[in-house]
Design a protein around this ligand. Structure first.
Ligand code: ZN
Length: 352
């Protein structure tokens, strides 16, 4: 008897490219979102894009409300929920590099309102996925809700974002290689459901990005185009899988652990990139493809060592040996690395 079923939730409108911001209201109207828009932005993105979105809605006769948040915290989510209730908002737009998007996404999920993602930087694949998380003390609150109804990514705006955010986005995509390996391993060892389509799409996305590394250069708007399209493709892979598995394996657990224990954590994408060098080593051994992962990261100017991340060696080792405890997701880390093994992995790969 055949009993499989799947429910794929994708973003409905993905508008990417030069001047995409001018189409924001059209993209929103096209998905039949109604009621008062609430624009949620962090300070700089508010100035470079949020104000423009607000002005566009006003030109069309809407009366948008707005809220500027400083930090991605649980308190910020509460503030956005209150602002949405006070404004009687019909839907939310998150305008920012990641924080405002995460916060708006979580608030929209809580309020059961539609959500539109307006990334101003291509720093991680959360801009197109349903996943959002904010730290609270030692833990993180996360949602795994539906993806945004629309994504509006203006490459002209994104090209102006700090370059390190773009290299972080690239590194997040390069880590798809190891995320897919972990997923396949979990399938073989633990019978975790594996989607061939989602796995192949995620891997291909990483390959295409690595092949385009030569065109990913500071100041080139085309770089933003390449990276945003890859982030969208990665998000689609997650939508098909119905989980973050295609783009999140042990390298993500390592990064989440660094976020918890490092005094001054690096960017998400940069941390998962360095994590991916080491987990690729764990998958394929000293003569394996970890050096390809490292070289791809180096080619786009992302960190490949603890020093470049600004994180000390002992913190890297602690994160490696404890990352498996973070969540119930089987990866190559298994039931945890011993300290000598972690030190060996970090040393062989040149991370420490
Ligand atoms: Zn990521």
């Amino acid at each position: 008897m055949f009993e499989k079923h799947t429910w794929i939730r994708l973003p409905r409108n993905v508008v990417v490219g030069h001047g995409a911001l001018d189409r924001a209201v059209d993209a929103v109207e096209d998905v039949h979102l109604s009621g008062r828009p609430l624009v949620v932005a962090s300070p700089t993105p508010y100035e470079v894009a949020g104000q423009r979105v607000v002005a566009e809605f006003e030109e069309r006769g809407a009366d948008p409300a707005e809220v500027v948040i400083e930090e991605a915290t649980f308190g910020a989510v509460e503030r956005v929920i209150e602002a949405a209730e006070a404004a009687d908002a019909g839907f939310l737009l998150g305008v920012g590099g990641g924080k405002a998007i995460d916060v708006a996404k979580m608030a929209a999920d809580d309020l059961n309102l539609g959500f539109v993602s307006v990334p101003t930087a291509a720093s991680h694949d959360g801009i197109v996925s349903g996943r959002g998380s904010v730290p609270e003390g030692d833990t993180r609150h996360s949602v795994a809700s539906e993806p945004p109804l629309a994504v509006i990514a203006d490459t002209e705006v994104i090209a102006e974002a700090p370059w390190r955010l773009t290299t972080a986005g690239c590194a997040d995509i390069i880590s798809n290689y190891t995320a897919v390996r972990d997923w396949q391993l979990a399938h073989r060892l633990k019978n975790v459901t594996y989607s061939e389509y989602a796995g192949a799409l995620s891997q291909m996305t990483a390959e295409m990005l690595v092949e385009s590394a030569g065109s990913i250069k500071r100041g080139l708007e085309e770089s933003s185009w390449i990276v945003v399209k890859a982030l969208v493709s990665s998000g689609v892979a997650m939508s098909i899988a119905g989980s973050s598995r295609p783009a999140s394996g042990a390298e993500h657990l390592f990064s989440h652990q660094l976020d918890r224990i490092a005094p001054d954590p690096g960017l998400h994408g940069h941390q998962v990139g360095v994590g991916a060098i080491m987990t690729e080593y764990l998958h394929t051994g000293a003569d394996g493809q970890w050096s390809d992962v490292r070289d791809a990261l180096a080619a786009i100017g992302a960190p490949t060592t603890a020093e470049e991340l600004g994180i000390d060696e002992d913190t890297v080792i602690e994160a490696l040996t404890t990352a498996h405890e973070i969540r119930d997701r089987y990866t190559v880390l298994g039931d945890g690395m011993s300290e000598p093994a972690a030190r060996e992995a970090a040393t062989v790969t040149g991370v420490i």
